[in-house]
Design a binder for this molecule. Structure first.
Ligand code: SF4
Length: 233
């Protein structure tokens, strides 16, 4: 099965996932809903969420984002000027909080210094330029950079995470495949469409949580008839 056909099957099974959840004005908790435009504050929240989600579940990130929102700290200038320890206290639910506070502060300080605090200026750069700039920053690796490009900048850069890599190895029978190869595998076979990449990644995560877990639930999986992993058994 080709990636585009797989996308259609996953979409018809799970429906739209409406990523990335962000906080509406006057609220403090991110929510999943269709949005025509993201505000600068929402873009910043996505970037911070992308850093905080490293090595933890999203539900923990939600609590950290809620703390930042409640404290009125979802603001580039405020984070850049705050003590690292204060940020660490707010992002504690996301785990590795000292390291993450350092990364979030470094990101905001960079934005303040280079773009006068305007996240939109950074995110409006062409994909390749934006990607290398993000990767040059403290604590931003491939997955975080692609989360930011796809979900905050709304530009087509396919996101790969542990769920995606595990699924590709099993479903498409690929072995020893690294981040760049998985990303290229999808990008070379799909139209460069940010909305498609957005939904596809979210659907792969959903499938990885429900069926293609560390211990795969192949007996119940609706993709079993097309899956290389199943056919090799
Ligand atoms: S059949 Fe098993 S290995 Fe294949 S996608 Fe489904 S859960 Fe994963």
């Amino acid at each position: 099965m080709k990636p585009q056909a797989l996308y259609k099957v996953l979409l018809s099974h799970y429906g739209k996932q409406l990523w990335w959840p962000v906080t509406e004005p006057g609220q403090t908790i991110p929510s999943y809903k269709p949005r025509k435009r993201l505000s600068g504050r929402q873009k910043l929240e996505i970037c911070i969420g992308a850093i905080l989600t490293q090595n933890t579940d999203w539900k923990n990130v939600m609590k950290a984002l809620e703390n930042l929102n409640r404290a009125g700290m979802m603001d580039c200038g405020k984070i850049a000027g705050a003590r690292q320890q204060s940020i660490a206290t707010l992002v504690k639910p996301s785990g590795y909080y000292n390291r993450k506070a350092k990364k979030v502060k470094a990101f905001c300080k960079y934005l303040q210094k280079k773009y006068n605090g305007s996240i939109s200026k950074l995110l409006s750069k062409p994909i390749e330029e934006l990607r290398s700039e993000l990767l040059s920053l403290h604590g931003i690796g491939n997955e975080t950079a692609d989360d930011i490009i796809l979900y905050a900048a709304e530009q087509p850069s396919f996101v790969v995470d542990a769920y995606t890599t595990r699924f590709v190895k099993r479903f498409f029978g690929r072995t020893a495949i690294d981040y760049v190869e998985v990303k290229g595998f999808f990008e070379q076979q799909l139209p460069k469409d940010a909305q498609l990449f957005n939904e596809f990644h979210a659907l792969l995560v959903e499938h990885g949580k429900r069926y293609c877990r560390r211990e795969p639930q192949c007996g119940e999986c609706f993709l079993a008839g097309k899956c290389e992993f199943q056919q090799r058994k």
